[in-house]
Design a protein. Structure first.
Length: 199
């Protein structure tokens, strides 16, 4: 693939993406301090693939890993800030990965500030990612890979209609211990049926 082809967007979402209570938008430099508040918390990052981050590390990732806002090829992922529309507070961030063009497969991930837990923000934000993946990218299936101990995260995807498809016992060496991984999946047809019944 040429560099020019690599930079031609397959999907360039219009931002912000609005949900009833949230505004999903690209992560910007001004988010660093608010993001550091939860990304430096060992409990908050317990089940994500990085250790507690310093402010400098958050700032560096905002300019690199977390800066992509369009999909140009499989393997891309876009990270979005989740902002409370009423207060303007950054409550967390979410990511949608485009895993395979052939299989039309994607994956979601999310982390939220514990100070805003229990309010349904994660469910609301991930639901918006499903629309982006199924309607925008034309995905056939979206997965979520969750540490079995992360019960709050499993509740999010279960509320959205994901089914648990696998339990991989001690399948990954993660943060100095074996982790049992749960694989959840949702098909486009299932999402559309659920969306239609919710109207």
């Amino acid at each position: 693939m040429t560099e020019a082809a690599r930079e031609t967007p397959v999907l360039a979402p219009e931002y912000p993406i609005l949900t009833p209570r949230l505004l999903l938008r690209p992560i910007v430099a001004d988010d660093a301090v608010a993001m550091h508040a939860y990304k430096s918390d060992p409990a908050a990052v317990r089940y994500v693939p990085y250790a507690p981050l310093t402010l400098g590390e958050v700032e560096q990732r905002i300019t690199t890993t977390w800066s992509r806002t369009v999909f140009t090829a499989e393997g891309d992922g876009i990270c979005l800030a989740a902002e409370d529309r009423e207060s303007g507070a950054l409550v967390g961030d979410v990511v949608l990965f485009w895993r395979s063009a052939t299989d039309r497969a994607g994956e979601v991930g999310y982390i939220f500030d514990p100070r805003f837990s229990g309010r349904g923000y994660a469910t609301e934000a991930v639901e918006a990612l499903l629309a982006l993946g199924f309607d925008g990218l034309g995905l056939h299936r979206i997965a979520a890979r969750i540490d079995e101990r992360n019960t709050a995260s499993t509740r999010v995807v279960e509320r959205l209609g994901f089914r648990r498809e696998a339990r991989l016992v001690e399948s990954e060496w993660f943060k100095d211990e074996w982790t049992t991984l749960l694989i959840y999946g949702l098909l486009e047809t299932e999402w559309r049926e659920r969306s239609a019944s919710a109207r």
